[in-house]
Design a protein around this ligand. Structure first.
Ligand code: ATP
Length: 236
């Protein structure tokens, strides 16, 4: 069996806790290479907790989860940077360094993930900025960019190391509807070139415009539209 046939994410019989409170239990799903999956559910239903577990920010205390070949159930802290190199993480708050230029923001991540050659770094920065629909903006400071442009820089940063999957937690939460649509289209394009996407969103219009498989956090469980029917409305 070739490695590429392995799911990018495999969660089995997992429970997620915040302190002593069970947020989600009996979680079972896989995400294949190239899949686009929405993660929906009411505020506080556990979307962020699930994503944090998958990118090893919240320890998985019960059950099993494998992400891009890493067993996050018992991942050691020194292995986490290696996992993070194979995934991209995008938040609602852009989390850029506002005292550094776009290029410096991207270079920071590149150096932290082992890039050394300045010429190669410069080329890669131009490449990823082009990929997210931004031109020659490397020298600009984040505050000189619109919210949508800043989020594109964040997506470029997440794409630097050609991740197998993007985990996006409400990536358009701070953006106007038109700008949000552009960001969703960008995720679609990135997904069409083979990168899996798991996106938590409260924007039900996305699911209508670009239908994909849906995972829904509800009453402490994760429902999966590829296995059962459920209401797509009433959660936002
Ligand atoms: N750091 C934390 N410490 C303790 N409890 C937490 C923490 N973070 C989240 N929780 C609790 O865990 C539950 C799930 O929260 P989570 O943030 O995962 O939900 P969510 O579906 O992402 O919500 P939202 O849509 O508002 O972002 C909630 O009851 C929340 O209060």
């Amino acid at each position: 069996m070739s490695f590429s046939e392995e799911p990018v994410v495999r969660v089995s019989n997992a429970s997620i806790f915040q302190e002593d409170h069970t947020v989600l239990s009996e979680i079972d799903f896989t995400i294949d290479k190239g899949e686009f999956v929405y993660l929906i559910g009411r505020t506080g239903s556990g979307k962020s907790s699930l994503l944090k577990t998958l990118y090893a920010d919240l320890p998985l205390r019960l059950g099993h989860a494998e992400v891009v070949g890493y067993n996050v159930s018992n991942i050691k802290s020194k292995e986490v940077p290696f996992l993070r190199r194979k995934i991209g993480i995008i938040f609602q708050d852009f989390e850029l360094f506002y005292d550094r230029s776009v290029a410096e923001n991207l270079t920071f991540v590149m150096k932290a993930t082992g890039w050394k050659d300045p010429a190669k770094m410069k080329n890669r920065i131009a490449e990823v900025l082009m990929r997210v629909g931004l031109g020659a903006i490397s020298a600009k400071m984040p505050h000189q960019l619109s919210g949508g442009e800043q989020q594109r820089v964040v997506i470029a940063r997440a794409m630097i190391n050609e991740p197998q999957i993007l985990f996006a937690d409400e990536p358009t939460g701070n953006l106007d509807p038109d700008v949000s649509d552009g960001i969703l289209k960008l995720f679609e394009e990135i997904n069409n070139s083979g990168t899996s996407v798991l996106m938590a969103t409260h924007n039900h219009k996305f699911i209508e415009k670009f239908p994909h498989r849906v995972l829904k956090c509800e009453k402490g469980r994760v429902l999966d539209s590829s296995k059962e029917k459920f209401e797509l409305s009433g959660w936002y």
